[in-house]
Every structure is written in structure tokens, then in C-alpha cells.
Design a protein. Structure first.
Lengths: 406, 270
């Protein structure tokens, strides 16, 4: 204890630039700048695979990569909310399969309109999430157990819904189009312009608000650097996508949910309350926040996003079968945000980690496919990456506690 | 400084937990612009008294008057609505949120305009108010955007006190505000308590630390075994008298009292 105090004082005594640099390094290691850590890791992964196989960074393969990560990424968006509470939802894989099956059965066997079938699937996901959230919050059953039971039960429900055939092929162009539509170059550029202009407007409005309120505004240079960085990423992405099949609708859906949910998490009262419950549920309760309400809503979001991910996965596969939502989908959906810096212990993270994590895991899987590595190797490598990420999370947490930052 | 009519007044308040008489016909009052220290041994009923005022445990018997009117405080919300704020010992802060977010937790300001639909937070406004409030209270915190978990114990205590002021209360109850703080941090918190008094608030401080009590309190109210054990003007009494009242040794020999004082001193050290 005394040692920590002394070292803290020692740190404070150090002056100037060196301190600033050390602070930045500390923040990268301890997780405040976890996303930077992940971007560096991603660049490394891409460099290695590109070195081993020069088709990895081709426009075609990168477009494939984007299509491969949409379903997992969408499910991970919901998982981020659950992780922010410090809880876990093990049922999202099974829920995604069940929702997709509901959509397929209604559309193919009962001739429902594709829109209604999709809406029904989303409602199923929402209802399951709300039910699990209710059981968890009102009866105090650990979320791990509730959703583990869900994992089994909804997998059974999937088999039940699919019936004796065990597989349903999707033919409705509205549904298959979700994962198989590509926009023309011009449309791609329009979306790029909207994204860049929108980001610029958000930064500018934020800057102006702070200045009008008489607060120290962030330095305009920093904002310009961020704006340029985002603009470059968007432009490069569109150039790459346009040189292959074009901007995929699936990627647009994923980005829409990531940006929208990041807004909810970081800028709305609901998101603030999610962080508060994840950080200190008792403090949140005393502050008048309906802790159980937040919990039910969060599990509802997880179920909804699982259903949406399942719909996209089915659309890409052009079918729903007994394996839908199975295999390693669940684990990858949870591993992604954790790898990218959302804490398993609650209260820390962002929706961007759903996208970044899916990119990391997707890149590893895609790259190993290109190198024609066996499933055995793929599983072991993916497991190793997940373990590494969780270790980094745990170490960061321990260091925060050691330096009095709980 | 303190006005004469009590802001908050308890008359013959009693509370029983099963067979245990936690409070026995206690009369207690606090005026605007006055710091009253509530002292007593463990189990003397300090916490029960504060909880009765804060609405956590409703009193079984007795009257509570607020600004001269008889009121019923049956749940925490009642106390808050009257203008009674409570800062508990464990502070109830979210360590993963920054100072602004903690201050406004549960009563966030919402942006005007289209952001209202999604309950978008008005961060600029909240930060502005936080900065005004903290500078008014002369509380210095390195950055309003630093996570509360990174702050020192004294700073956390000050954030918790500042948060209680956002609802513009008239009475503030502080439970052991200087427990587990170092010397410098204790001084910060005590001077914050003095500024609450300058704001004309009625302040009730529970404390085990008589040195702190004598430094900040105008009046010292002693509870002993659930009963009022004596009331002292902090300017005109000595630590010995108060310790005597706490231990019930006031009418006994001097030697006993010294023993008790030693025990009390030991407890303080812990």
C-alpha cells in the first residue's frame, strides 16, 4: 500500500513531456486506449497474412471479409451492452438461429411477406431477450445460468421450428438481398460523403457547444486529426470496395447499427445508466435509476441484435438449417468485443469494439482459410487470441486497481 | 450565525428493531447555517437517527417537523423532496464514470432540440454546472472528466457531498465524512463542511473523530444507548466532557473517564 502511494507520488513528481508520453503508454496498456492497441494488432495481423499470401489484401478478399463479419459483428453489438453490465449472454447464438428459422418458416412455408417475416424474427429475438433479462433481474438467477438454459432451450426450439426437413432454402430476393446486394460506385461515394460530412458536423457541433458553454474546448488540431483519419479510412474503404463488387448493403447495415448503438451508449441517458449499473449497481439504484429496467432492456437489445445477426447470416447462406447459430458463432460474438477492449467485468467498453473485434477474428479466420490451414490450427489460434485478449483485460484491471483506479 | 427557529426538528422519536430499542424518545434539532455533530458509541443509535431522517427506516413514534410543519418521512424519496440530502459512508459513486457523470447520475440534463427524443445528454451544460458548483465550494479536482475511481479519498468525499447539493437541499446529513482520510484530505473535507454552513444549510455530521468534531461543529449532540446523552456547545466544552457523555461516565470518577478516553482515542486511531 505504502509502495503504491510512493510510486504514485514519484510519478506525479516527474515533469513535462516524458510524463505525457508515459501517460499515453500507460493508457494504451491499461485499456483506456484499448482501441488503438487493437488497431495496431489488426495492422500486424494484416501485414503477416499479406506477407504469406498476397491475395489477402486484395479488394475481392477484403470485400469477402466484410461479408463474413457482418453476422458476428451484429450479434456482438448486443453483446457489448451485456458486457457493459458485467453480465454474459450465452444464448445469442441459439437465438440468432431460432430467429432466422422463424423468418424462413413464415416466409417460405406460410408465404408471409419478407418484411413481416423479418419483423416477426426480430420480435422473437426481443421477446426472448426480455424474458431472459426478466428472469435474471427479478429472480436474481445469474445471467450465466439463465442464458445457458436458453442456449439449450432455443436450440431445441430451432429444431422444432424447422420440422422434419431440417433445412429451409431462402429464395425471396428481399431476404437474400440483405447479404448479397452491392451498390454502384456512385452510391458508394454518396454514402462516403454522408458519413464524412456527418462525422465532421458532429465534431463541429460538439466543439461549438463546449465553447459556447465556456468550457475548455478540445484543441481544434486534435479534432482535425481525428476528422482526417476517419475521412481517409472511409475513402480508402470505398475505393477498395468499389474496385470489387461495390459497397455491400450488409456492411452498411452493420455500420448503421454500430454507429447508432454507439450513440445510444455514449450520448444518451439510457447509455449512461447502463454504464452506471455496470460500474456500481447499488450506486445506480440509490441515484434513482431503475436497475432492473436497465437490465431487462439490455438483454432485450442483445436478443434483438442476435435475431438481426441471424437474419443476415441466413441471407448470406441462402438457407436456415439445424446448424444455424451453432458452432463457434456464440463464442466469437463474445470474444470479439473482449479482444477489442470491452471489459468482461462491466462498466468499460464501446460498441466500436464489436466491429473491431469482429474484424480481428474475421481476419484471422479468413487469412488462415487463404493459407489453407486445417480447422485444428484455426481453432487453436483463435483460442489463443481470445485468451491473450482476456489476459490483457485482466492485467489492465489489476493495474488499475493497483494504482487505485478501480 | 444560526437562526433561532429549527429547520429540522425531531420530537420524542423512537425506533425499535425487534426487542432492541434503537432510539428512545430522542429530541433533536438542526438550524439553518449550523453544523451539528452526532456522536456516540457504536450501537448508540446515530445511524438509526440519520436513517429515520433520511427515510430509510421510518420512526415508530414521535414527530418530525421540517421548517415548522409536521411531516412524515416514510421513504427516502420523501426526505429528498423535503430537501434533506444524505451522503452515506460508502459514497455510492460509480468509479468507472467521470466526475460530471457521477454528479448528475439519475438526474442527467437532456439536450434541447431533436436530441430530446433519444434523451441525448447535454454534456456541455452538465460540465458547466459542475464546474460552477465545484468552484463555488472551492473544491479542486484535476479534471472534471477524470474517472472518479482515479481520485483520492478526500476528492471522492467532496464529489459525493457536491452531488448531494445538486438537488438544492436545506439539510445535509453526512455519515462519517472523514473516516479513512489522511490529514490533508480531512482538512479539505472539513473546510467543505464549513462552506455548507456558509451556504446556510443545516448540516448533521456523524463522526467518531472528536478532533474533527471540535474543529467543525457548532453543537455536539451525544447519543448513548438510544437516548439523548447530552448536548454541548462546541465552543464551551471540552473533549473530556463529551467523552464522558458518550461513555456515560460523566457522573463517575475521573480515573474511569480517563480510561474511557483512552479507549476512545484508540478507536480513533483505528
Amino acid at each position: 500500500m505504502t509502495e503504491t502511494v510512493q510510486s504514485a507520488e514519484g510519478k506525479a513528481a516527474e515533469g513535462g513531456e516524458r510524463d505525457g508520453r508515459r501517460e499515453t503508454l500507460r493508457r494504451i496498456v491499461q485499456g483506456d486506449l484499448a482501441s488503438l492497441r487493437v488497431v495496431i494488432g489488426l495492422a500486424l495481423i494484416w501485414a503477416i497474412f499479406q506477407f504469406e499470401n498476397d491475395r489477402f489484401l486484395s479488394a475481392e478478399n477484403l470485400t469477402n471479409l466484410m461479408l463474413q463479419i457482418t453476422a458476428v459483428g451484429l450479434i456482438s453489438v448486443g453483446i457489448v451492452f451485456v458486457l457493459l453490465l458485467g453480465e454474459i449472454d450465452l444464448s445469442v447464438g441459439a437465438v440468432s438461429g431460432l430467429a432466422a428459422a422463424v423468418m424462413a418458416v413464415l416466409n417460405v412455408q406460410h408465404a408471409w411477406s419478407p418484411y413481416l417475416a423479418i419483423a416477426a424474427a426480430v420480435v422473437v429475438g426481443l421477446a426472448i431477450g426480455v424474458l431472459q433479462g426478466f428472469l435474471f433481474s427479478h429472480f436474481g438467477v445469474p445471467s450465466f445460468v439463465v442464458t445457458l438454459a436458453g442456449l439449450l432451450a432455443w436450440q431445441g426450439a430451432l429444431l422444432q421450428v424447422l420440422g422434419s426437413t431440417g433445412s429451409i432454402n431462402l429464395t425471396d430476393p428481399k431476404i437474400t438481398g440483405l447479404a448479397n446486394t452491392f451498390y454502384s460506385d456512385a452510391v458508394g461515394w454518396v454514402f462516403a460523403a454522408i458519413a464524412i460530412a456527418g462525422y465532421g458536423a458532429v465534431l463541429a457541433i460538439g466543439y461549438k457547444r463546449r465553447r459556447d458553454a465556456g468550457l475548455d474546448a478540445q484543441s481544434p488540431t486534435g479534432l482535425i486529426v481525428r476528422f482526417v483519419a476517419v475521412a481517409v479510412v472511409v475513402i480508402v474503404a470505398i475505393v477498395v470496395l468499389n474496385s470489387d463488387r461495390g459497397l455491400p448493403l450488409a456492411l452498411l447495415i452493420l455500420m448503421g447499427f454500430v454507429v447508432g448503438m454507439e450513440y445510444v451508449v455514449k450520448m444518451t441517458r439510457f447509455g449512461r445508466h447502463v454504464f452506471a449499473v455496470g460500474g456500481n449497481a447499488e450506486a445506480a439504484r440509490r441515484a434513482g435509476i431503475s436497475v432492473n429496467g436497465i437490465r431487462v432492456a439490455v438483454f432485450g437489445i442483445a436478443g434483438t441484435m442476435a435475431a438481426i445477426g441471424g437474419i443476415l447470416a441466413a441471407s448470406r447462406l441462402l438457407a436456415v438449417n439445424q446448424n444455424s447459430g451453432g458452432n463457434e458463432l456464440l463464442l466469437l460474438a463474445i470474444a470479439g468485443p473482449v479482444i477489442a477492449g470491452t471489459s468482461l467485468f462491466g462498466g468499460r467498453g464501446s460498441v466500436w469494439t464489436a466491429l473491431l473485434g469482429a474484424l480481428v477474428i474475421g481476419s484471422i479466420s479468413n487469412g488462415m482459410d487463404l493459407l489453407a490451414l486445417s480447422s485444428a490450427v484455426k481453432f487453436m489460434v483463435t483460442g489463443g487470441v481470445l485468451l491473450l485478449a482476456v489476459l490483457v483485460d485482466a492485467v489492465a484491471r489489476n493495474q488499475r486497481q493497483a494504482s487505485g483506479r478501480v | 450565525m444560526a437562526s433561532d427557529a429549527p429547520l429540522l426538528e425531531l420530537e420524542k422519536v423512537s425506533k425499535k428493531f425487534g426487542p432492541v430499542q434503537a432510539l428512545d424518545r430522542v429530541d433533536f434539532a438542526v438550524r439553518a447555517g449550523e453544523v451539528v455533530a452526532l456522536v456516540g458509541d457504536n450501537g448508540a443509535g446515530k445511524s438509526t437517527l440519520v436513517k429515520a431522517i433520511a427515510g430509510i427506516h421510518e420512526a415508530d413514534e414521535g414527530k418530525i417537523r421540517f421548517e415548522g410543519n409536521e411531516v412524515k418521512i416514510g421513504k427516502p424519496q420523501d426526505a429528498v423532496e423535503l430537501g434533506i440530502a444524505t451522503v452515506y459512508q460508502d459514497l455510492a459513486l460509480c468509479d468507472n464514470l467521470d466526475v460530471v457523470a457521477n454528479l448528475f447520475l439519475g438526474r442527467e440534463e437532456i439536450s434541447p432540440g431533436p436530441g430530446q427524443l433519444s434523451r441525448q445528454l447535454d454534456e456541455a451544460d452538465m460540465e458547466h454546472q459542475t464546474s460552477d458548483l465545484l468552484s463555488n465550494l472551492a473544491v479542486t479536482i484535476p479534471s472534471l472528466r477524470s474517472e472518479v475511481g482515479t481520485l483520492s479519498g478526500g476528492q471522492r468525499q467532496q464529489v459525493a457531498v457536491a452531488r448531494s447539493l445538486l438537488g438544492e437541499p436545506k439539510v445535509v446529513l453526512l455519515d462519517e465524512p472523514t473516516a479513512a482520510l489522511g490529514v490533508a484530505q480531512t482538512a479539505q473535507v472539513l473546510s467543505l463542511i464549513r462552506r455548507l454552513r456558509e451556504r446556510d444549510l443545516g448540516v448533521v455530521v456523524i463522526s467518531h473523530n472528536l478532533a474533527d468534531v471540535f474543529e467543525v461543529a457548532d453543537r455536539i449532540f451525544v447519543l448513548r444507548l438510544g437516548r439523548a446523552g447530552g448536548e454541548f456547545d462546541a465552543q464551551q466544552t471540552t473533549e473530556e466532557h463529551v467523552v464522558g457523555a458518550i461513555t456515560g461516565a460523566s457522573s463517575e470518577g475521573k480515573a474511569d473517564r480517563a480510561d474511557e478516553a483512552e479507549i476512545e482515542a484508540e478507536r480513533e486511531e483505528r
